[in-house]
Design a protein around this ligand. Sequence first.
Ligand code: GDP
Length: 478
Amino acid sequence: NDVIGKLMRQHRTLATINQSLSPELAGLVALDYGVDLTIAQAQTLEELLVEEFGSRAPVEENLVTRPPVVTILGHVDHGKTSLLDKIRSANVAAGESGGITQHTAAWTVEIKGSDGQSKRVTFIDTPGHQAFTSMRARGANMTDVVVLVVAAVEGVMPQTIESINHARAAKVPIVVAMNKIDRADANPDMVLGQLAAQGLNPVEWGGDTEVIRTSAQTGQGIQELIEILDYQAQLLDLKADPHAPARGTVIEARIDQGLGSVGTMLVQDGTLKVGDVMISGQGYGRIRTLLNDRGESIKEAGPSTPVIVSGLNNVPNAGDKFYVVDDVDRARQIAEERETLQRQKDLAAKNQTVSTADALYAQMKAGQTKTINLIIKADVQGSVETLVKTVGDQNTEEVKVQVIHSAVGSITESDVELAAATKDVNESTVIVGFHVIPDEKARQLAEQLHVEIRTYQVIYEIFDDLKKALSGMLEPET
Ligand code: GDP
């Protein structure tokens, strides 16, 4: 009763005795009572499966090189879609004369390299940040390399910078496609300079960022781009074990009239076969059909291969992981248990009224947060610069404050997704708006993903809050 009373009075939460609390709220209550609270991270599906079925780690001797998985990012109209279309139609292995036959969320191209070797690259075909950041926000990092498209005419633009920051936050290397190079008004030197200013020093200037001049119109540079991506895969030493139990990530999923639940999935390790028992999200099932990226029926798919899978009893979510196991009854049980767990979690989240600021504070006090990431949005460039410069001075020995993205403009969904994607055990991300507010979609998404947005009209209040947070969370000196 005491706890329920406290929840109501101090945390504005109407609770019953049977109710689950969110970890954040539980943390606050524990603080109220001076109780040490350890919140066990919920067991991931992978951990559960390792416990049940033994190690799923790849076997060293079995490792083979796998193709890189690539996402294209860049400013609107710089040619992401056109470039993807052109790359896809350059696919010699597909043997397609008519080019693109159907849209799939991911596909692989194979070309013959100048060394005579065949080069394969898998593209996630959802240009823009969705495929990349919203997936990351759900804990699914599929991308090995980002291709940043920068039009040689317009050069680096706000969304170019945003894309760079997204790629950096994900620690994914960037290859630049300097597109529209066929245009008479193309200005490559300007673009090289702008890239260097963003810390992407071009190879031709002695740096280490590959900048490939491309044209989605003439096809110039496409072959070179694929070869460079293949080369990046070697540098990154991308390997997988085709004999391991298959696992990977759902890229998109839907209900099909005839086939039921159908998902486009990326195999990341192992080899997926028709007849395999799969668990994904809260669904499970025996794989009925596998289609490749051209819609042809196949029997199996190896690492870095996108496939269209049917046979699950439930539609998984984009970003869900999938795993193959060898016991269909156990798979059903696990899927059902997970469904129940998810329902409880959803309920707890719905009942959560405490602001994430308080949660962050509690987390800091518990000494869990070691880094505060800030995304700074403001109405004018001058304010952005001042804020970025000044918050850097707020670091303490125990806590690092760092700005991971800053720009002029209102707070958007993309900011929220970046914030959610950079949340970690030791990291918290807060979006700070100065004289700007989130748009409706961003506000809703922030609520859904538990991302904190703080808006201010007075600059010193930002520093006040930051100082307060920092002083509240200092770990005891040892
Ligand atoms: P996205 O918004 O980044 O996906 O850009 P799109 O692929 O839709 O391209 C925007 C516009 O630029 C379209 O009108 C394209 O035809 C044009 N475009 C894209 N790539 C090239 C290119 O390499 N050369 C020229 N001349 N035009 C291009």
